[in-house]
Design a protein around this ligand. Structure first.
Ligand code: COI
Length: 357
């Protein structure tokens, strides 16, 4: 790893915030720590990163990101157990950040330096990393186009920044979630930006999410844009369907996010002897499988969501209960193994965990 330290301006003690007494009662991503990291890009180079008190950004109202959405982000988490802190496959997040940057015609960052800078920030904010099982410090690396210009072209100036937010589980408890299959809206088409973690993908998902909420569902499952037939992803997570002994998930064809939790689930379940396939799965196959009992469980996998059991699907005006509507056996095992590994309680035989203190 490159040995570099970042300039630090600490927040005066009297300006530091008090930490939430019970993080499990705090809504996801609403509380932020005292410090953040920033790094600016101009004249074709990245300037030195700085750690400084958390503060508002100063942006020209004509900054390109505000008009044309040239912005990307990542989601990762730091975990803590006593004095030791952990990151889960953080280099993968920075690699994906760089793929998103390339797709959105933005400059890439140095992966190892970004990780080292992040660890320096996390060491300063260590007391903010919650310890209770299921809690973590959510990390949001972000890059935005800051050049002041209304012409449609890639920005020549960017801001990379990292903010931190102590969080509990994304879904309030490890309870099965209800998902509405979108049959009127699409998230991403082939050749589009569905595989990039870019801001517009999330804005584009809001309308269908509203529809889901109206019928008492919390998430949306997207189908492919071409035929409106094959399952893609849930927006906040990738989806896995267990058909008897086969565990299936949608393939990476440029329209879904290449999830790091998705990749970890594939590795672990192959190791446990499952027949794991990355293949096109039609919604009809899923519905028929639910009706015949061939679908044993469905779950989502993502950084924020971790492993989320799916208890119910809504498709074309009908509700379909997945198996007994509860938490599947594999879903529970994956949740236990992943969360255990992430906080140093389960042996990390894959070398996925980066420890710091
Ligand atoms: C994550 O899992 O980190 C995500 O980015 C999903 C988020 C939009 C809540």
């Amino acid at each position: 790893m490159i040995d570099m330290t970042v300039d630090v301006e600490l927040a005066p003690h009297e300006q530091r915030k008090s930490k939430p007494a019970d993080i499990l009662q705090v809504s996801f991503g609403t509380v932020f720590t005292d410090h953040m990291l920033s790094m600016e890009y101009s004249e074709k180079i990245w300037h030195p990163a700085r750690i400084h008190p958390y503060r508002n950004l100063e942006l020209d109202p004509s900054a390109l990101v505000l008009h044309y959405g040239q912005g990307i982000f990542e989601g990762m988490k730091a975990y803590r157990r006593w004095d030791k802190c952990y990151l889960f496959r953080p280099e993968k997040n920075f690699e994906r950040f760089n793929s998103s940057a390339t797709r959105m015609v933005m400059p890439t960052i140095n992966r190892d330096e970004a990780l080292q800078n992040l660890i320096q920030l996390l060491k300063i904010e260590k007391d903010w990393i919650p310890q209770a099982r299921g809690t973590s410090l959510y990390i949001r690396p972000t890059m935005i186009a800051t050049e002041s210009k209304l012409g449609v072209r890639p920005s020549e100036e960017y801001l990379y920044y990292v903010i931190l937010s102590p969080v509990g589980p994304y879904f309030k408890s490890f309870e099965p979630v209800k998902i509405m299959v979108a049959d009127q809206y699409v998230r991403a088409a082939k050749g589009g930006v569905g595989a990039a973690k870019t801001m517009g993908n999330y804005a584009a998902s809001l309308k269908a999410a509203e529809k889901a909420k109206e019928i008492g569902y919390s998430q949306v499952l997207w189908l492919d844009a071409n035929e409106n037939r094959y399952i893609e992803e849930v927006g906040t997570m990738n989806l896995f369907v267990r058909f008897d002994d086969e565990l299936a998930t949608a393939p990476l064809q440029g329209t879904i996010l290449p999830g790091i939790t998705r990749d970890s689930v594939i590795h672990m379940t192959r190791d446990w002897g499952f027949n794991v396939s990355e293949r096109m799965i039609s919604i009809d196959e899923v519905i028929e499988g639910i009706e015949s009992g061939k679908v044993l469980e469905i779950f989502g996998a993502g950084t924020a969501a971790v492993i989320a059991p799916v208890g119910n699907l809504w498709y074309k005006g009908h509700a379909y209960q997945v198996a007994d509507g509860g938490i599947g056996e594999l879903t529970q095992k994956l949740f236990d193994q992943l969360t255990g590994m992430q906080c140093g309680q389960v042996q990390d035989k894959y070398g996925w965990v980066t420890e710091f203190s």
